[in-house]
Write a protein that binds this ligand. Structure first.
Ligand SMILES: Cc1cc2nc3c(=O)[nH]c(=O)nc-3n(C[C@H](O)[C@H](O)[C@H](O)COP(=O)(O)OP(=O)(O)OC[C@H]3O[C@@H](n4cnc5c(N)ncnc54)[C@H](O)[C@@H]3O)c2cc1C
Length: 447
């Protein structure tokens, strides 16, 4: 059963006799996908065909071949998996406000369904598409366990305010997914996609190379989940702040591209690993922290700028704007890992080489960008630019919030006042040294 609270009618319209179309965007998977399940439910109830469209934009917030490659290989698996269910998959290219209405028209679509995304650009796409179509248009939150719009109607102050709301709603929303059904074969057919041609034709930055330690797609995401739960969850609480220990789930690239559902991850933990002492700590990150990030981006459209910081943080950063900085670096110097500090340089190199900086180090990395930049605005811009260029999981609400937490005190509180940071929480090298063997980490990435 699909909880209707996950579904929102974005725009009314007149149904035709044609197929129901799911415009897949954030949730790029076939199984455990509420948006696809809802599209199928509509199609079956109304005895219509069902199709899935993914529209590839030529340039998405500075994404490089590293992220495009990961995404397209995942989508290739989506195409073949959908085929088993007789659901045609269409890959279109161009600006969505132009392409999606045209495709809907060509297919004589009757209803449009899409998935939920709090980011500005995705909301603009949907708004612009809605203006050009006159069929019903639904949005389904297939990413959050507790739908973002349901859990709260305002920006939450922090984990402590959203946590009780999420926990209260979990018994209702952390439910098992129905299975996707095989559709009767229909006249709606898609052409086989030439993926190599598509990848070769991309005009994106190809200098940031793809990485091979993590394999894209829904099947690989499930394998990674199993591996994490069987071999690493035990030690998650104890070891998660140590970048020398391979203790994290590495699920963020899969979660970002929707190649795995956070709800499936949580259900598996709840069902089979609940007694594990680390389960609670992991679920706090996976559910509360992740869904808090969606809440921030949805209700605060300035999530990627200084103006989006809380008032106390803006004030204190303004008070310390003119403080002397011992070191300042440009974007290029940061990017090339040319700071005076080996730990910071190692973190940058971990990200550049692997496409995934360790979670604990990410905080330190962004805090130092604030300390060594001319202004908090510049620090935020540099942190977001580098994060989104190199991280496989970049351009995610978690990324915008992670940068805003580190630099602008978002979801944090005021601490003891000090130069440059004001009352924004400070992190230093000695703190890192107490948490892990800094030298081993440095040796791994820059020696
Ligand atoms: C400066 C900075 C930048 C960041 N950039 C990104 C980014 O671009 N994309 C991204 O997904 N995350 C980002 N994070 C959040 C966090 O560091 C990553 O989600 C985490 O390191 C991903 O690795 P994992 O899946 O192995 O984590 P695990 O520890 O195994 O966590 C499992 C899942 O829980 C969620 N989670 C964990 N930590 C956080 C957190 N602090 N906030 C919100 N959700 C969390 C993620 O979905 C993660 O995949 C950033 C944090 C900071 C401080």
């Amino acid at each position: 059963m699909i909880n209707e609270k996950r579904v929102r009618l974005l725009q009314k319209g007149n149904e035709t006799n044609g197929p129901v179309i799911y415009w897949m965007s954030r949730d790029q998977r076939v199984h455990d996908n509420w948006a696809l399940l809802y599209s199928q439910k509509l199609a079956l109830e109304k005895k219509k065909n069902l199709g899935v469209v993914f529209n590839l934009v030529p340039n998405f917030l500075g994404a490089t071949i590293r992220q495009y490659g990961f995404m397209l290989k995942g989508l290739q698996q989506v195409e073949s998996e959908l085929k088993k269910f007789n659901i045609p998959f269409f890959l279109t290219q161009g600006n969505p406000d132009f392409v999606i209405p045209r495709v809907l028209n060509d297919l004589n679509a009757s209803i449009l369904v899409s998935d939920f995304d709090p980011l500005k650009i995705k909301r603009i796409w949907k708004r612009d598409v809605a203006k050009k179509i006159n069929i019903p248009f639904f949005e389904v939150d297939a990413h959050n366990i507790v739908p973002c719009i349901f859990v709260s109607n305002k920006v939450e102050f922090g984990a402590y305010t959203i946590r009780p709301k999420i926990h209260k709603a979990l018994p209702e929303f952390l439910d098992e997914f129905p299975e996707l059904k095989k559709m009767k074969s229909s006249e709606l057919q898609s052409e086989k996609i030439n993926w190599t041609e598509i990848i070769n034709s991309l005009e994106v930055n190809k200098n940031v190379k793809e990485v091979d330690w993590i394999k894209p797609g829904e099947v690989n995401a499930q394998i990674s989940l199993k591996e994490f739960l069987d071999n690493k969850l035990d030690k998650y609480s104890e070891d998660r702040n140590d970048p020398n220990k391979n203790a994290l789930s590495n699920l963020s690239p899969y979660l970002h591209f929707g190649q795995i559902s956070a709800q499936r991850v949580a259900l598996t933990v709840e069902q089979f690993y609940k007694k594990n002492p680390s389960a609670e700590a992991f679920l706090e990150e996976l559910i509360v922290r992740r869904e808090l990030a969606d809440n921030f981006c949805y209700y605060n459209p300035k999530y990627d700028s200084f103006e989006g910081f809380p008032d106390w943080a803006k004030k204190t950063l303004n008070d310390h704007r003119k403080d002397k900085r011992e070191f300042t670096y440009t974007l290029e110097e940061f990017e090339q890992a040319k700071t005076h500090e080996e730990l910071w340089n190692a973190a940058q190199m971990e990200m550049v080489r692997t496409g995934k900086m360790h979670g604990y180090v990410r905080m330190y990395w962004a805090k130092k960008i604030l300390e060594w930049s001319k202004s908090p605005e510049e620090a935020l811009r540099i942190a977001i630019d580098l994060n989104d260029k190199y991280e496989l999981d970049g351009r995610d609400p978690n990324g915008y919030v992670g940068c805003a937490w580190s630099i602008g005190g978002v979801h944090d509180r005021a601490w003891t006042e000090r130069p440059v940071f004001g009352k924004v929480r400070y992190m230093n090298f000695n703190g890192a040294k107490r948490k892990f063997d800094v030298q081993s980490y440095i040796d791994k990435y820059i020696k």
